[in-house]
Design a protein. Structure first.
Length: 122
């Protein structure tokens, strides 16, 4: 019984300390390239007006929003190491992988449990 209670406490503590996933892992752009994408919620619906920031060395270098169809386009992105931060809704940042000439942005975002608010249905 004591082990079960301790396990429950550890599980709750771990969940409470869960990392905020609103900032992507770093990605490296090797040469100037177009950087754009399309973002959807977990149900596959477009996310219009999603606020995002492009970070370089921890500072915001560009702010942008998705359009009504969930698309964003930053134009040419210079070579460098970046991160993306979600700022306006409770989603995790997209996964981004870059090759020599292009980057791929995962379209479907996960809910950020750290920032999501519970919904009460009465």
């Amino acid at each position: 019984m004591r082990v079960l209670a301790l396990s429950a406490i550890l599980l709750l503590a771990t969940r409470a300390l869960a990392a905020d996933c609103s900032i992507s892992k770093p990605f490296t752009v090797e040469a100037s390239q177009r950087f754009d994408g399309l973002l959807k919620d977990p149900a596959g619906q477009f996310i219009p007006g999603l606020g995002l920031e492009l970070l370089e060395s921890g500072r915001v270098v560009r702010q942008f929003r998705t359009d009504n169809e969930g698309k964003f386009d930053l134009g040419l992105l210079q070579a460098g190491s970046y991160k993306i931060r979600i700022v306006s809704q409770p989603f995790c940042a997209p996964k981004i992988s870059c090759g020599r000439s292009s980057c791929t942005v995962s379209q479907v975002l996960r809910l950020n449990e750290k920032k999501a608010k519970p919904v009460t249905i009465q």
